[in-house]
Design a protein around this ligand. Structure first.
Ligand code: ADP
Length: 623
């Protein structure tokens, strides 16, 4: 017998699970059944595809039995099984990267961590919530010896040779006081129905029926062993839609997603014709915590003719729809399809493309049907959906109907189509502002002319907005224009405006001279009303904020950002400045006009000391 210590992460995880998932401790049964089901899937697959296992007679099933007197509960499967090494690696260490990420994220704050854990498969270790001791006896299919793994879930476990007739695994949980309630026929039955009704293999519950015979002193108790299948064991997605109730869909979602909340939407498609396939997709109510990790866990499982093939293929959904959970089941793919084949397979490509279209059109109808719910969706998944605008050209039109932005004229969000409906008759472009937090943008002097002319501007305050929107030149016939650029407002000006701009050219030249290469250009602009100046990016330059993002993304060697400074000819300061002959004053004010414009854009000043000195000189003159 060998005695071993759990890997440190395992000990941490064990501790966490036991303490934070306590109010949901019944899920241990779901976890053990789901492991059994996975083991059956694996063997079923080999049985169908691998010469070595083809001769195996295999009738996949899960058996649950319990003993109230001895306080034990066993879950048994005739699946793939584990040998000594498997037991050691799978139950003594954290093999899965997902779990490792999770352990790294743990804060030690039980409340926060239990929220995290809800999004994870907590797995085998959850048994220790209800157990003093867990015993696993397993024999790997195709091998001769069986092994026993035992632990009390504290620090150590042991592995030793054991006996077992056929391949598969039996997990025996020695229930502790809190777990006693699970050695009960009705409790087990109701938990299985709640979480595991649609596990695609039969789950049998073994119990004893107690009867009494005779009368008085002769009365005898007779215990009769019984077995009953307690789940429906059907692939829910293959059943006719008319037979399925909402609760069936929700139960299946709980089973595949580990999400404690109900999904926002489910989409069930049974396609027949040139291609036969079934899909059942769910949109979660909350974003998974790995949504923005490169190594996110794919949410869609692939089945071929009801045989489970894979749950970690990122090819099944485009990256921007990585939050979608569910299954794809195809009748037309070969069972032994490999990862590489999956990537190039025409059938797969067709299923994927129709699935994406279906999901997008269901989102569109959710938007039209229940805007409140759609806005919840958008808060959680708006960012990945926007990624779709540059990842998925095929569906760009559809995506452009789905994207929503904040705006100077909408309370919550507005779609582009709603914006267009509100446009002024003479307006030919859709205007947007980027580059910072919502409040900063709403107060930006760049918006002044638009406010004055009562023109709506979209507020793009997500970090990825600027990059994404620059890849979208148009919505329908309307150009998308950034108010952060020089040319954006040209079509809003009339001749009178242009006259005013022309009039202050001599002053503009003086300011330009003083600012030198701090700016790309200085222009008079009537787009401002209450501010004396603002900065914009030259027509084809990246904006200041875009530069910051590019730098953060590790792009080096970028030319230094030089803004274009716009001067408001109508502003009191500018009018007074025009009539000044004091050169040192003109110099100070020129710099201050640039510096204040940078500050309202949320940019850093290169020379804050110089700024303060200038400000003080002017202040003392004014007093
Ligand atoms: P997960 O199932 O999410 O991978 P678990 O902690 O539940 O995580 O299980 C760890 C590993 O142990 C599984 O990935 C699997 O390889 C193995 N395992 C657990 N239960 C069984 C079983 N009944 N039969 C075969 N292997 C199992």
């Amino acid at each position: 017998m060998s005695k071993k210590h759990f890997q440190t992460e395992v000990s941490k995880l064990l501790h966490l699970i036991i303490h934070s998932l306590y109010s949901h401790k019944e899920i241990f049964l779901r976890e053990l059944v789901s492991n059994a089901s996975d083991a059956l899937d694996k063997l079923k697959f080999l049985n169908l595809t691998d010469e070595k296992y083809k001769s195996l007679k295999f009738d996949p099933r899960i058996d649950i039995s319990f003993n109230f007197t001895e306080k034990t509960l066993s879950i048994s499967d005739n699946g793939i099984g584990m040998n000594e090494q498997d037991l050691d690696e799978n139950l003594g260490t954290i093999a899965r990267s997902g779990t490792r990420n999770f352990v790294e994220k743990m804060t030690g704050d039980a409340k926060k961590d239990s929220n995290l854990i809800g999004q994870f498969g907590v797995g085998f270790y959850s048994a220790f919530m209800v157990a003093d001791k867990v015993e696993v006896i397993s024999k790997k299919a195709g091998e001769d010896s069986a092994w026993k793994w035992v632990s009390d879930g504290k620090e150590e476990y042991t592995i030793e040779p054991a006996e077992r007739d056929s391949h598969g695994t039996t997990v025996t949980v020695h229930l502790n006081r809190e777990g006693e309630e699970y050695a009960n026929r009705w409790t087990i039955q109701s938990i299985i129905r709640k979480y595991s009704n649609h596990v695609p293999f039969p789950i049998y519950l073994h119990y004893e029926e107690i009867k009494y015979e005779g009368e008085g002193d002769n009365k005898k108790e007779i215990r009769e062993p019984k077995v009953e299948q307690i789940n429906s064991a059907s692939a829910i997605w293959k059943r006719p839609k008319s037979e399925l109730k909402e609760e069936d869909y929700l139960e299946f979602y709980r089973q595949i997603s580990y999400d404690l909340e109900d999904p926002l939407l489910y989409i069930h498609t049974q396609a027949e014709g040139t291609l036969d396939y079934t899909t059942l997709f769910y949109i979660p109510a909350k974003a998974p915590m790995d949504l923005f990790r490169v190594d996110y866990q794919a949410g869609v499982k692939l089945y071929i003719k009801r045989v489970f093939i894979t749950d970690d293929s990122k090819e099944l959904m485009p990256t921007y729809l990585r939050f979608v959970r569910g299954i794809i089941d195809s009748e037309d793919l070969p069972l032994n399809v490999s990862r590489e084949i999956l990537q190039q397979n025409k059938v797969m490509a067709k299923i994927k493309s129709s699935s994406v279209k279906k999901i997008l059109s269901e989102l569109e109808s959710l938007k039209n049907r229940d805007r409140f719910k759609y806005n919840i969706f958008w808060k959680e998944f708006g960012i990945p959906m926007k990624e779709g605008l540059y990842q998925d050209f095929e569906n760009r039109e559809k995506l452009l109907e789905l994207v929503q932005y904040k705006s100077t004229k909408a309370e919550d969000y507005t779609t582009l189509s709603e914006y267009v409906d509100r446009m002024k008759p003479e307006q030919s472009a859709i205007y947007y502002i980027t580059g910072g937090k919502e409040q900063l943008l709403r107060n930006s002097p760049l918006l002044e002319i638009y406010k004055e002319k009562d023109i709506e501007v979209l507020i793009l305050d997500d970090e990825i907005d600027e990059i994404v929107i620059s890849t979208v030149p148009k919505y329908k016939d309307y150009e998308l224009k950034s108010v952060n650029r020089t040319d954006s407002e040209d079509d809003l000006k009339n001749n009178e405006d242009k006259e005013k701009e022309k009039k202050i050219e001599p002053l503009i030249n003086k300011i330009k001279e003083q600012l030198g290469d701090r700016v790309k250009n200085v222009l008079a602009s009537t787009r401002l009303s209450s501010s004396p100046s603002c900065i914009v990016a030259d027509e084809n330059d990246p904006t200041a904020q875009m530069q910051t993002i590019l730098k953060m993304m590790g792009q080096s060697g970028l030319p230094e950002f030089k803004p274009v400074l716009l001067i408001n000819p109508e502003h009191e300061i500018i009018k007074k400045l025009e009539n000044t002959t004091d050169d040192s004053l003109i110099n100070d004010v020129s710099l201050l006009l640039l510096e204040q414009a940078m500050l309202v854009e949320g940019l850093e000043l290169k020379d804050p000391n110089g700024f303060v000195a200038r400000l003080n000189r002017i202040t003392s003159k004014a007093l």
